[in-house]
Design a protein around this ligand. Structure first.
Ligand code: 6R9
Length: 650
């Protein structure tokens, strides 16, 4: 590297109190690799099992004999681990601390005892509605306590939840319902974010009019804003009414460790989102253990992860990890800039938050407003900061460290994926020196490697594609309903390894620096959007003949969405149509997929075999026409000139 990255050595005061110090990390990491059975067998003892596992790891990435199983003869229930287990010792401890969108509404602390009762009531209601072990339930809720209650109630009765982010539009909801044939949907009248209302129930109504959604028998509606909504009887039921009078205890379903816990849809290289399936024993063990180790959790911490439960970060590090650990987790309905840009810091002071975990995109946005909105708050309760979702640029890292954390709090930059269930590469703050922009070192049991395009492993200082050479308990087990796609996507590119889809550099100290996706996935504000999804939304518009979508560097979002659109013959490009197409994509997929740029393309650069050359489109979008590289293999190289001229406004 031309200029060595700065190093922030382990803070000795922090290390003195932390769970893992340098020598612990080295010793335990070595143990976890040389004796995975012994290591993960011991870790699993942190959970409460109906039947403790005797078989720990049963994994083969060999395509002729492929299997991923952890704790396969163990039996447990995730909700028991997150609730019942704490009643004797932590019954009155706050499990969830709910902070409304509106800062003037009182925060609501929910104790472990109360949360247990709420989950049991809903679980009983679900059973009464005919829900059985293995049934799929779609949850489309705002960030309110009922979202957590709904997830845990599913887990209690053995139903597989599929949480759909509240920012998705009816089409996306319908696709996700159809793919897993959900029997029941849990939603709310409306969501509320930054004072703006989101018509959740109306979106569900629209989704259920779309083909493929007949499996849904019941829609439970949480009354949240109190807005009037259409209730279609007997399908739609008020949440309050169905839990009314239900007992506050409920027999948990005995689940095998490898029984599914949830499905979470995520974007991949192809048009159709993948239903990432996680199972019970391995996932919960991994979420709980990583949460405790990476965040250096202590009994009296007030832990706040700003993610939404619609994403995997919300699943593992708002719900399952923290609650399995008996922690106090803040649940925040709002947004960072409402009612003003001090909201995060005010909430931290108000609830004396000690651990704060957010996304680089939020940090960059808040950094733009300067130091004053931060400095007028105290933040003295904070002791550890974290980031997740995308690479953090060193400038934002330093601002987070110096201004938000007053140069007192270590930052854990945690790299992981929906597929991995939990954090795989991250500092342990008492053990590993920090470097701004690097996720640093692998967690226990995790074996990252870098490979070149031919699959050859790169040693030492190198840059390549990031693979993982062995399994960990939190690994996804399949793509719901499409096991061949699971194998194809993750295990065929580099035989014998799991392919992450990320590019990565390893420096001379063995630190890992994620460089971003190497597939056709765009990371917009930490959310994964498949280029193919946006393309198919665009071409479904009657005036569009063809579309190509790429990512481009964006100051706030990390990456933005850049769409090239070819209209059908006879249609004229214009500002109105541009707006119409952008609105169309929002309507088809949801606001998170809104294109930032839409450029008219009389033609797209294609190879002679008709493949769109995205590499070239990316360079044009980046405004780097001098870096287009070889265009001689194109069927019609002149297409490129016209796109470049249009981009440069010539
Ligand atoms: C947890 C989550 C996964 C993709 C992943 C990578 C990017 C996540 C990162 C990071 C650099 C980090 N990513 N954390 N890149 N540094 N600390 O975000 O899951 O939504 O599935 O996204 O996000 O590209 O492959 P998911």
């Amino acid at each position: 590297m031309s200029h060595p990255a700065s190093v922030y050595p382990v803070d000795e005061a922090f290390a003195a109190q932390s769970r893992y110090r340098r020598e612990d990390y080295q010793r335990l990491y070595a143990e976890s690799i040389s004796d995975p059975e012994g290591f993960w067998g011991r870790v699993a003892q942190r959970l409460e099992w109906f039947k403790a596992p005797t078989k720990i790891k049963n994994v083969s990435y060999d395509l002729r004999d492929f299997r991923i199983k952890w704790y396969e003869d163990g039996e447990l229930n995730a909700s028991v681990n997150c609730l019942d287990r704490h009643l004797a010792t932590r019954g009155d401890k706050t499990a969830l601390l709910f902070e409304h969108d509106d800062p003037n509404l009182p925060a609501e602390p929910i104790s472990y005892r109360e949360l247990h009762a709420r989950v049991c009531r809903l679980a009983n209601a679900l059973r009464n509605l005919g829900v059985k072990k293995g049934d799929r339930i779609t949850i489309y809720l705002p960030m309110i306590p009922e979202a957590v209650v709904a997830m845990l109630a599913c887990a209690r009765v053995g139903a597989i939840h599929s949480v759909v982010f509240g920012g998705f539009a009816p089409n996306s909801i319908a696709d996700r319902i159809a793919d897993c044939t959900s029997k029941l949907v849990i939603t709310a009248d409306e969501g509320l974010r930054g004072g703006k209302k989101i018509a959740l129930k109306a979106n569900v109504d629209a989704a259920l009019k779309l083909p493929g959604t007949n499996s849904v028998e019941t829609v439970l509606v949480v009354r949240h804003t109190g807005a009037a909504v259409d209730m279609q009887m007997p399908r739609d039921r008020w949440y309050d009414a169905v839990i009314e009078g239900q007992p506050d205890t409920c027999e948990p379903e005995r689940m095998n460790a490898e029984d599914p816990l949830f499905i979470l849809y995520t974007s991949g290289s192809t048009g159709k989102p993948k239903g990432v399936l996680h199972t019970t024993g391995g996932y919960l063990t991994y979420a709980a253990f990583t949460h405790e180790a990476v965040f250096d959790l202590r009994e009296d911490d007030v832990y706040w992860c700003t993610a939404d439960v619609g994403w995997v970060t919300g699943h593992s590090y708002i719900v399952y990890g923290p609650l399995a650990n008996g922690a106090t987790a803040l649940v925040f309905e709002g947004v960072p800039n409402y009612p003003d840009v001090s909201r995060f810091w005010n909430v931290i002071d108000k609830h004396q938050v000690t651990i704060f975990y957010t996304a680089p995109t939020a940090i960059r946005a808040l950094m733009r407003d300067g130091d004053d909105p931060v400095k007028k708050t105290s933040r003295s309760s904070l002791r550890l900061l974290g980031t997740v979702g995308e690479p953090i640029n060193p400038e934002a890292w330093r601002w987070y460290y110096e201004v938000v954390g007053d140069s007192r709090c270590p930052i854990v930059d945690t790299w992981w994926q929906t597929e991995t269930g939990g954090i795989l590469i991250s500092p342990l703050a008492g053990a590993i020196d920090l470097k701004p922009g690097s996720a640093t070192q692998p967690f226990f049991g995790v074996q990252p490697a870098l490979v070149d395009a031919n699959g050859g492993e790169l040693e030492g200082e190198a840059e390549g594609n990031l693979v993982l050479k062995d399994s960990w308990p939190g690994q996804m087990r399949t793509v719901y309903g499409d096991h061949p796609r699971f194998i194809e996507t993750y295990f065929k590119t580099y035989p014998g390894s799991y392919f992450t889809g990320d590019g990565c550099r390893r420096d001379a100290d063995g630190y890992y620096w994620i460089t971003g996706r190497v597939d056709d996935v765009i990371n917009v504000s930490g959310h994964r959007i498949g280029t193919a999804e946006v393309e198919s939304a665009l071409v479904s518009h009657p005036k569009v003949a063809e579309a190509a979508v790429v990512g481009f560097p964006h100051d706030l979002k990390g990456q933005g969405i850049y769409a090239y659109v070819t209209l059908i013959a006879g249609e004229t490009p214009g500002e109105d149509l541009r707006k119409e197409l952008v609105a169309w994509v929002r309507k088809e997929i949801g606001p998170i997929a809104t294109p930032d740029h839409l450029q008219w393309a009389p033609g797209l650069p294609k190879t002679r075999s008709g493949k769109i050359m995205r590499r070239i489109l990316r360079k044009i979008a980046e405004n780097a026409p001098d870096q287009l590289g070889d265009t001689s293999t194109l069927a019609d190289p002149s297409v490129v000139d016209s796109l470049v001229n249009e981009r440069l406004g010539k």
